[in-house]
Design a protein around this ligand. Sequence first.
Ligand SMILES: [Zn+2]
Ligand SMILES: [Zn+2]
Length: 332
Amino acid sequence: MVSSNDVQCLFLQAVLSRRVMTREVALKLWEKCIDAVKAANDALDIEFNGDRNSWDNFVTQINEALNPLNMDFAQMSDEITGKEMCALVNRKGDEVAQLATEYSALEIAYFKAVLHQIMTAPNEAFCITSMAALRETNNLNITKSQAEVVLSSFVAKGWLVKSRRGRYSLAMRTMIELLPYLRSTYPNNIIECTICMEVVTRGVSCYTNNCHTHLHAHCFEKYRKRSQNCPTCQANWSTEANSKKLERIGEAAYKEGQDVRRRRPLQDRPESDEEDEEAEAGASQPSQPSQPSQPSRSQAKKKRAVREDSMDIDEDEPEPEPPKAQKRKSRR
Ligand SMILES: [Zn+2]
Ligand SMILES: [Zn+2]
């Protein structure tokens, strides 16, 4: 006999096949599941009510059912669109096991290497150029053309985003499905939004020294409508000059050439002096005159010095593309 529990079962089946969806779609699915169950047994007294409370209660029930499977029906806002998203997430372990059904061990190792470069990108840029992504093949037994194919697949399957400028960053699916892995692997690189407490890889941060306010672009837009002061240090962001000083997080913070020098790879590289030499070589290069349109990064630099590996913070000024020889030198 059909019972109200079947709403949950139907809903879970639908979620299993879609995995990631907007909250809007999830609500629609829930409504359809109720309709289907009621059609099978019209004696059942269940009504669809799409308000926030009923939805949250339903999600709690869903998660109780998923708990023994180490799965979660997780909710998170998409950083790019600001839309609320839902996804079925494997909470077990801190590995990127979610990729195992679609990719070979080598491709997963490559994904992790690219992920590492994105998570540890200097200046809170959380992105890397395709050249830097392809450079990761040098540590792995994978050709550049194989890497190009698998990179497009990571983009197509929603693990990475490729920007118009050809830079790779984390896509929604990675943010939500691999969150336990990101948190356990990069506890010092992860930034949380001051408003919604979710992870930020695109947004703004306060310019005040030692103020740790970071906001998603969409949280920032909403917050600005009710306040013009930093929620932590109360700095007044309302003047044009001050709002320009807000630091960017994400691709807008990327500086040309910042990932030309290699950072420490994910594994298997012992502490080496080579990197320090490179960092010094980089620092001693003649720096470009700073552009007046760019806000001073000196405060940010101080702030970041705490967070970044020391070798990652010598790039204060935009640099021209270095000659090829130098790039090669930065390889093993
Ligand atoms: Zn937020
Ligand atoms: Zn502040």
